[in-house]
Design a protein around this ligand. Structure first.
Ligand code: PEP
Length: 248
């Protein structure tokens, strides 16, 4: 069971899915099933859906986020979306450094660091995603990868600035594959991550929520959430289905 210091967060990542009509329907379903007495609920939707989903979520406790942002405030950056544009559309949170961004679009820890700075400056709650590939796990590089991603992504911020940061541990081999880290594997990685965060600042580490992501379903969420350092889940595929109601 995670510490009472940290309010659990159950978040859905809709990735590049759904029309606007479908987005509104799913957002309504999430509002109807969100059990926010015991934790926070959030959905991370495509940029194009932020404004309509914000309208649907109005007055509900469900929080809304974007799946990425750019670090510059405005200008000639075709295709990018700034933090202030995300907020203006109604977003309150943002995913940073999702493994699909890192793998498919070449995002580095330096990009993550810049995006984190922009998100914090602009008042969005950032969820910084980290995690190792299968190859890295099998060659015993998991801890080094996590250490490097944390050090590079979070470098240069004062502990007070980091207070809002959420970290998501998403082993790449578990994302969208149907393979989930066992509860023990997740706990081991989360405890390691919290130790790394302690190297930045003790108070930040004990208050920071660390979410698990990677093929979370209604069937495995309870065992994962029972781990001491698992403070919530970032859910991809299952967040598009009724399963998400049970997960919440
Ligand atoms: C994700 O995209 O963040 C994710 C964890 O996806 P899935 O739940 O589908 O593995």
């Amino acid at each position: 069971m995670a510490s009472a210091l940290r309010r659990p967060l159950l978040a859905g990542n809709w990735k590049m899915n759904l029309t606007l009509t479908q987005s509104v329907e799913l957002a309504r379903l999430v509002v109807s099933g969100a059990n926010t007495a015991s934790g926070e609920v959030a959905v991370f939707v495509p940029f194009t859906a932020i404004a309509v989903v914000a309208e649907t979520l109005k007055g509900s406790p469900v929080r809304l986020g974007a799946q990425d942002c750019y670090w510059e405030a405005s200008g000639a950056f075709t295709g990018e979306v700034s933090v202030s544009q995300v907020s203006d559309a109604g977003g309150q949170m943002v995913l940073i450094g999702h493994s699909e961004r890192r793998k498919l679009f070449g995002e580095t820890d330096d990009h993550v660091n810049k995006k984190l700075g922009a998100a914090l400056k602009g008042g969005l709650t950032p969820v910084v995603c980290i995690g190792e590939t299968l190859e890295e796990r099998e060659s015993q590089k998991t801890w080094r990868v996590l250490e490097t991603q944390i050090a590079g992504g979070l470098k240069g911020f004062a502990p007070a600035d980091l207070a809002k940061v959420v970290v998501a541990y998403e082993p790449v081999w578990a994302i969208g594959t149907g393979k989930t880290a066992s509860p023990a594997q997740a706990q081991e990685a989360h405890a390691f991550i919290r130790q790394q965060l302690k190297n930045i600042h003790e108070g930040f580490a004990s208050g920071c929520r660390i979410l698990y992501g990677g093929s979370v379903t209604a069937d495995n969420v309870d065992a994962l959430m029972a781990q001491a350092d698992v403070d919530g889940a970032l859910v991809g595929g299952a967040s598009l289905k009724k399963d998400f109601l049970r997960i919440m």
